[in-house]
Design a protein around this ligand. Structure first.
Ligand code: NAP
Length: 286
């Protein structure tokens, strides 16, 4: 039976360390600040935003929420981002995805000051990640690397397979595994022989968005399985991209959903906000 990687516990530990760091920064006159922009009334987005605000509060990070109606225009949102770019007490800006239909999300994200891009979504930050000279790491993939570290799971030399090639999870995940000297394969909807490719993986990361997509026959016995999915099963219950009950019988380590990758994403957002505050106040190490 696989060992559970307890993302909730690892995230709590990281958040406690961040809170100490924030207290130290405040002592030196720097209070990290995060602005969260939410547009429309998507219930999942509302939950994410509430969780992020609560996490900021617990860590001592100042946060502001800007809730705009679904009818907000592109110009209104762009103006708000410009205002937040100029705000001295705000070090990080996060625009909760997805924006309602009809809005150009890419343009909104690209309007964020790269120094305040705590999601690491801007092309300039993505490029920095690519060349291994990052200011911020993308939250979900960075959280996964921390989860692997928490169990002393070696990445170097391992066959790593990432299912999914989105800009926010799959691609940056592959890049971080590569930077950690993994041998990386990225799979997607056009991949042939997906099962065989996945079965080669020592470390398998599922970021597909399909409930219980990864079945036990796709997993090499003893593999480490990381489940990024946040899906709903046939009863509307939260589940991941991995058929947890069966895959747990064959994997060596596995992350649960909920309580695996999700809590790490928020912890990494806090870490990036602190990094942004340090950079903007000249306290970051060169
Ligand atoms: P996405 O943008 O929809 O990307 C899904 C990827 O899966 C695509 O690259 C797609 O391939 C691939 N795919 C779809 N069907 C496939 C198939 N049959 N075989 C192989 N690959 C297939 O999703 P995302 O934003 O990366 O998110 C993935 C999941 O992670 C979602 O459940 C999301 O809710 C969750 N998530 C969780 C967190 C967290 O903090 N826990 C953070 C972000 C996302 P193509 O490119 O060919 O279409």
């Amino acid at each position: 039976m696989a060992k559970l990687i307890d993302g909730k516990a690892v995230a709590a530990e990281i958040r406690a360390k961040i809170a100490l760091e924030v207290a130290e920064l405040i002592h030196h006159g720097v209070t990290p600040g995060l602005a969260v922009v939410i547009v429309g009334d998507d219930p999942a987005s509302r939950t994410y935003v509430n969780n992020k605000k609560k996490a900021c509060e617990q860590a001592g990070i100042y946060s502001e929420e800007y809730a705009l109606p679904a009818t907000a225009s592109q110009n209104e949102i762009m103006d708000l981002v410009a205002k937040l770019n100029a705000k001295k007490d705000i070090n990080g800006i996060l625009v909760q995805s997805p924006l309602p239909d009809g809005l150009n999300e890419e343009a909104v994200v690209e309007a964020i000051d790269p120094e305040k891009d705590v999601d690491a979504f801007l092309p300039s930050n993505v490029g920095r990640i690519m060349i291994g000279n990052h200011h911020f790491l993308p939250c979900t993939p960075a959280g996964i690397i921390e989860l692997l570290r928490s169990e002393n799971i070696e990445i170097e030399g391992k066959d790593c397979v990432v299912i999914g090639r989105s800009n926010i999870v799959g691609k940056p995940m592959a890049m971080l595994l590569l930077h950690n000297n993994g041998t990386v394969t990225i799979c997607h909807s056009k991949t042939k022989n997906l099962k065989e490719v996945c079965r080669r993986a020592d470390i398998l990361v599922a970021a597909v968005g399909k409930p219980k997509f990864v079945t036990a026959d796709m997993v090499k016995p003893g593999a480490v399985v990381i489940d990024v999915g946040m899906d709903r099963d046939e009863n509307g219950k939260l589940c991941g991209d991995v058929d947890f009950a069966n895959v747990a019988k064959t994997a060596s380590y596995i992350t649960p959903v909920p309580g695996g990758v999700g809590p790490m994403t928020i912890a990494m957002l806090l870490r990036n906000t602190v990094a942004a505050a340090k950079r903007q106040s000249g306290m970051a190490k060169p």
